[in-house]
Structures are given as structure tokens and as C-alpha cells.
Design a protein around this ligand. Structure first.
Ligand SMILES: [Zn+2]
Length: 201
């Protein structure tokens, strides 16, 4: 858990880590707890709870199967890479193999390049056949995982995802500091993010 932060409206939230997500719990004048995710920050789960409720009880909400399913479906939908033309199985495997090979060639150099720049150490990078997100970073283990489908994009986009995930080792949240660091180290990140969103290859 991190320090409480002040939101624009002066409310405080507390930040927790849950799976690959950041959970921000704000105590508010609400009757019932409610949960939101913004499409631009699908890894940030925002929960408002009544003042009488504890933060622990807020985190417990995430154990409810119904809520879990809702979060998973939401993140899948938002992060889905642009639809690929329907591929026959063999075709698909060929693509995956090609992307994987390309990423295996690109990633080690990018990690080596960016670790000293950002002053972080990443433990392990794995490539996964996942469509739910381009990359993720576990702050506890310092492991980074990259979607094999990122291999379909220009190198600058691959680099952006690497810098993004490594930056999480400095700042876990998608907050002002995080985007400030991206602006400082990889000013091109917005255009890369757009490409990843719209599938311009
Ligand atoms: Zn992130």
C-alpha cells in the first residue's frame, strides 16, 4: 500500500496492489460501495466506499466472483488489440511464431538500453500469448511480461511498452508522476499509444 493521495476534489484515496492492478479506494459520502474503471486506465480500479467501511472491506469486494468477472471482461474489452483478420490456425501460429521471434530479438537490447537510463533492474521478461494487455509489470518480482501481439507493431511501439513497464518500477500508479516520467524519458509515448490503440502498423 502506498501513501494516501489527494484527489482534485480534496478527497483522499489509498492505493493497493491487486494482481496486476492498482486499486484506489476513496472514502466518500456514498451509501454503497461502487467500483469504476476508466477506459484510458484499465489497470486502475477505483472503488468508493462509505466512510464507515474499512479499506480492507473495500479490498474484499474484489474477491466476489461477480465483480472479478466484470473486471476481467472490462479489461479484456478495453485492451483488446485491434481485430486481426480471421486467421486459420496454422496461419495464426505462424504469425505468433514470427512475432515471438522478432520480440526475442528486440527485447533484450531494449531492456539493456533502458535499465541504466531509468536506474531500474528488471528480473525477467517473458513473452505471452495474451490479448488482454500489451505488457504488465509485477513490482514485487520485477518481472515484465509482453504480449506476443506487440510484435506486429513498429519498434518504437515495442520500445514504448518496455519503457512503460520499466517506469512502473519507479512509479506503480498511472498518475501524474508516472506520465511525467514518460514525458521526460520517452516523449514519443503518446503517438505510440495511439498506434497501439488503432492498430496502425
Ligand atoms: Zn502501466
Amino acid at each position: 500500500m502506498s501513501e494516501g493521495h489527494k484527489t482534485a476534489s480534496g478527497l483522499r484515496w489509498k492505493e493497493f496492489h491487486w494482481q496486476d492492478c492498482i486499486v484506489r479506494i476513496t472514502k466518500k459520502k456514498v451509501k454503497n460501495a461502487n467500483l469504476r474503471i476508466r477506459p484510458e486506465e484499465p489497470q486502475v480500479i477505483r472503488i468508493s466506499i462509505p466512510h464507515a467501511m474499512t479499506y480492507d472491506a473495500g479490498m474484499k469486494l474484489l474477491e466476489q466472483p461477480r465483480i472479478r468477472r466484470w473486471i476481467e471482461n472490462y479489461q479484456k474489452k478495453v485492451n483488446e488489440p485491434p481485430a486481426q483478420p480471421r486467421m486459420q490456425n496454422a496461419d495464426r501460429m505462424e504469425h505468433v511464431a514470427y512475432y515471438r521471434k522478432r520480440l526475442r530479438e528486440l527485447l533484450p537490447g531494449l531492456i539493456r538500453k533502458w535499465e541504466p537510463v531509468l536506474g531500474v533492474r528488471c528480473n525477467k521478461v517473458s513473452i505471452r500469448d495474451t490479448r488482454s494487455q500489451w505488457g504488465s509489470c509485477s513490482i514485487q518480482t520485477r518481472n515484465i511480461s509482453i504480449s506476443v501481439w506487440l510484435g506486429a507493431f513498429p519498434e518504437e511501439c515495442v520500445e514504448y511498452v518496455v519503457v512503460h513497464e520499466l517506469t512502473h518500477l519507479l512509479e506503480s500508479g498511472h498518475n501524474e508522476r508516472f506520465y511525467g516520467l514518460l514525458d521526460q524519458y520517452y516523449p514519443n509515448w503518446r503517438s505510440c499509444r495511439e498506434q497501439l490503440k488503432h492498430g496502425v502498423t
